[in-house]
Design a protein around this ligand. Sequence first.
Ligand code: NAP
Length: 437
Amino acid sequence: MAMGDKQKIAIVGSGPAGFYCAEALAKSELAPEIDILDRLFTPYGLVRNGVAPDHQGTKNVWRVFERTAKRPNVRFFGNVEVGKDITVEVLSQLYDAVVFAHGAPRDRTLGVAGEHLSGIVPSQTFSQWYNGHPDAEGFVPPYKHASIAVIGNGNVAIDVSRILCRTEEEMLATDLPQHGLEALRNSNVKSVHMLGRRGPLEASFTPVELKELGELKDTDVIVNAEDIPDHVGSDVASGDQRTKEKILEALKHFLVVGDTGKKRKLYIHFYAAPVRLLGETTLNGIEIERTRVEQGKAVLTGERRVIEVSAVVPCIGYQVLPFEGLEIAEGGAKYKNNRGHVRDNLWVTGWAKRGPSGVIGTNRNDSIEVANLVLEALKSSPQKNHSKDLSDVLQENKVAYVSFDGWEKIAAHEHSEASPPAPRKKVTTWKKFQEFL
Ligand code: NAP
């Protein structure tokens, strides 16, 4: 490293984990130069492409990330796919450290018979579709079905159930793309069955998200009184007591309100493990088995029944994808690492580091910790030769990238095309994005 030359760090992935890490590094005493790479033309990862469009308040965290992107020592390189446009090996040579923050973008599978049937809808693609992700172009959402099962009791299952039950009118002030508004206008959905294999106290959704289901304009939320305990019980950890109490309050409220004759019903089933997906080539039902919870685990009771559904959306967690230079940990939820360190100058943060759990803010602390460890390691790492810049390599590799200024032109276009009260009309196809190069 030449005198006065700053150390350089590449961050792969521009979602919350990547941006929180970039912020912690950029404002550190060392003030290294940070390049954030993303295979999309757009920054902000799951904030743009995962958080549901009717949660614009949550999405607004992009404003925090924008401030980071505008720091003088931070650059954005969109439309650059690591592993295809540039290898991990070259990145590792160009930079003093490389931090992978590209998440866990693969759906877990259920592992029950019938998973090949048509009518199984990956939650990842569905959420990309309602967020206008270009990879979901042409995806057919399940709104033609009258009865749909959503498997899981996490916040993704809640998002998916809610978006299946929304009306077009409820989404006008969001950035749900035109194809989404049309699907809601023509929706045939009558019943959504959300299936949790354990009970209300073991569910991983959060009280605010659960409560919000009770505000749906055209949907009644139906729960089974037998599944709702009176009290939380002393076996729940003291730190979780209040959260669980709020969950019970919300469920009891649904019991009191009951069926008010709204057009759609959202049934929340607990103690319902999916055991088989039914049909010849096309799904026509899901067989579930009643469970009881013993020492926190779902135990099958032998009591089975079938719910007639023609679509199933498993929302049962995600896994990481095979990636050059990174070894997948057992179970597939994350890459092998030691507090974020993979080997040499390679690091991971966010879901890629710890698996697909936690809300956006969880990534802040996680990424700050990784950033501090990276900074510590840089103090004793061998100096890199910075004679070549990423932009030189991309030019050699004939890769046209989008800078943050380029992204801002896309954002301005999306803003100018929007019909108020929608905040933006998203660009949703690779072809349209290419026009901004
Ligand atoms: P999650 O919270 O881990 O929930 C996964 C659900 O799938 C659990 O209910 C789990 O049940 C169930 N499941 C797993 N395998 C199953 C199987 N074979 N059969 C039946 N059920 C099965 O994960 P997530 O919903 O994908 O969310 C990921 C993270 O993103 C979470 O931390 C979540 O809070 C966050 N997120 C937040 C928001 C928000 O704040 N609005 C929105 C979306 C996501 P068990 O518990 O019994 O294993």
